[in-house]
Design a protein around this ligand. Sequence first.
Ligand SMILES: Nc1ncnc2c1ncn2[C@@H]1O[C@H](COP(=O)(O)OP(=O)(O)OP(=O)(O)O)[C@@H](O)[C@H]1O
Length: 315
Amino acid sequence: MSDPIIRIENLVKDYRDTRAVDHLDLEIEKGEIYGLLGPNGAGKTTVILTLLGLTEPTAGRVTVKGYNATSEPIRVKTVTSYLPDEVGFSGSSTGLESLVYTAMLNRVPREEAIESAKELLDIVGLGAVGDQKTKTYSKGMIQRLGLADVLITEPEIIVLDEPTIGIDPKGINEFLDMIRSWSKEQGITVLLCSHLLHQVQKICDRVGILVEGQLLAEGDIHELADELFGDREASITAEVDPVTDSLIRELKQTESIRTVERDGETIRIRGKREAAPLISQTIVRNGGDLYRLSYKEYGLDEIYQYYFEGGGVKQ
Ligand SMILES: Nc1ncnc2c1ncn2[C@@H]1O[C@H](COP(=O)(O)OP(=O)(O)OP(=O)(O)O)[C@@H](O)[C@H]1O
């Protein structure tokens, strides 16, 4: 595997008596979309600020494409673009003017800047309103313009802090799809920080769960679910016609099954994960037609509940 494009090593950040980041190790590969997921106050913004060289670590080290974020922040800035949770544009400029301004600040000649700005406005769905002043834009439109503003500098890495706050649900999906397809087409690395797990799940290749400055778990959603719930019982529901006494009896006698409940043509079963194929075989052997077999997989909702809603820190 190549060197990670973002490497956070043993990062500690204290604000007076608050430890915002607590011995954090994190690596992100080039082209990866990494979701840093954590409740308010978990330390996500502090990680971002350190990565951008905007705050100094108390201990540890962050490198971005090999540049030390603390001693070489300008170099980090040449490869990274940041979309904060509150994007600000001069309300008296149009969307197009705002993008051209950013591009020219990055030494892009005016004509080229106008061309790229128009292209990006189309991509983020603002092509028709590029000549309107940004003070007429909705929050969702401002966020889209923010994304275009981030992309116009042609960064290798984009860092997004709660990027969907204030966007309506339909707009959120479009916005996230846009980030994902842009990242995958252009090979751009994305670090997305959020407390909204469904959004993180939607676009991220890998997720890290940050609570009280510590990374409690990391992986893709299936790995996280496995790590947390792999040895738990599965919940399986079968819809069968007919449900006979002999079928119920046989299911109850199956070793990997703990409980069997009958409710009309529905059978609810709790047991080990590997019980599912045995259940369908047993139903067919007993002359039943199997209309539906559903298997409850543990996913992000359970992960979220486990960590953020009372499950607490995993030991
Ligand atoms: N400048 C600061 N001075 C003192 N304490 C701070 C400062 N910035 C952050 N903190 C504290 O550090 C901890 C982590 O904050 P941080 O903003 O990094 O978390 P976060 O996960 O981004 O949360 P949020 O989503 O609410 O912004 C919190 O307890 C916060 O109160």
